[in-house]
Design a protein around this ligand. Structure first.
Ligand code: URA
Length: 187
């Protein structure tokens, strides 16, 4: 049986990680932030520039937009946990490579095992393909629930996609309201 590591132990391991080349170009490891007993966990793609600078996920322009949705639907950012598939920034914010995801997913697995959320929400296509299904279609399947490994999982548009295409914002609001309702019902 695999042992559950404490988040602090996983963080220390992750900071020293050399499992893929991204550790050579990162400024900071962006491990995760929030409530370590959270019932609701959000998982994005990879750190961007501001996250790399600060070591905190979702603090740049996409993060600021995401915060507005959290606030609008009444979810306190401090009561959830937020992490990414990759803990180091890919150069120029390119998409994560499959081998980088393979190398880094061990840390996310340990985070999920330690936090034991009831709901996992993927922020965007990259996380949904990795965590829900490789065939995941974000346009058709955002806001739909999946049961996987004992978690309720769903995906919403990535906040960066909303910055590029504002026509997706209405769907995001609907999905976030629905997530809040399910979250409240499980509390
Ligand atoms: N985009 C992500 O997917 N994660 C972050 O932390 C920031 C931007």
């Amino acid at each position: 049986m695999e042992e559950t590591m404490k988040l602090s132990e996983t963080l220390e391991k992750c900071k020293e990680c050399t499992r893929c080349p991204l550790h050579q170009t990162k400024t900071n490891t962006v491990f995760g932030v929030g409530n370590e007993d959270a019932a609701l966990m959000f998982i994005g793609e990879a750190p961007g520039e501001k996250e790399d600078e600060s070591g905190v996920p979702f603090v740049g322009p996409a993060g600021k937009l995401f915060d507005k949705y959290l606030e609008y639907v009444g979810i306190d950012r401090n009561e959830v946990y937020i992490a990414n598939i990759l803990k180091c920034r890919p150069p120029r914010n390119r998409d994560p490579l499959p081998e980088e995801e393979d190398a880094c997913i061990v840390y996310l697995r340990e985070q999920v095992r330690a936090i034991r959320p009831k709901i996992i929400v993927c922020l965007g296509r990259v996380a949904a393909k990795r965590l829900i299904s490789p065939d995941f279609r974000i346009t058709a399947q955002h806001g739909k629930w999946f049961d996987a490994a004992g978690f309720k999982m769903c995906a919403v548009y990535h906040p960066s996609a909303l910055l590029r295409d504002t026509s997706k914002k209405a769907d995001m609001l609907k999905d976030m309201k629905m997530i809040k309702e399910v979250y409240d019902s499980l509390k």
